[in-house]
Design a binder for this molecule. Structure first.
Ligand code: SF4
Length: 109
């Protein structure tokens, strides 16, 4: 039975190597995705512009609820107290906590 151990180890090594090689391109994609996550949404971004996004909610002429801002929007997932965070609409980018756009929905709770 001892003579099976090296074969099993070799098989395990080959399997792990194959998995590592197969995963390598995805690791690169994940890392580049992380880099994009730090990028802020620009007001000039076509999607942001279409939604009337502004980095400073007070500067919007479309906002009717003066208390509405990204930090209290249901689509905002940034941490409380931070200057910016992710928004479900702008995947892979960050919006200003005090920003606003026409897709604003009151945060539940
Ligand atoms: S959907 Fe909400 S969090 Fe996203 S930009 Fe608009 S107001 Fe801000």
């Amino acid at each position: 039975m001892d003579h099976y151990a090296p074969d099993n180890n070799r098989r395990r090594f080959i399997k792990l190597t194959a998995i590592s090689l197969a995963a390598a391109p995805f690791a690169s994609t994940l890392l580049s995705g992380t880099a994009h996550a730090a990028e802020m949404v620009a007001e000039s971004d076509p999607q942001a512009s279409a939604l009337g996004y502004v980095a400073d909610a007070a500067k919007s002429d479309k906002r009717t609820d003066t208390a509405a801002a990204c930090h209290n929007c249901g689509l905002y997932t940034g941490k409380e107290g931070e200057e910016s965070g992710p928004c479900a609409i702008f995947q892979g980018k960050l919006v200003h906590a005090n920003g606003w756009c026409t897709a604003w929905v009151k945060k539940a709770g």
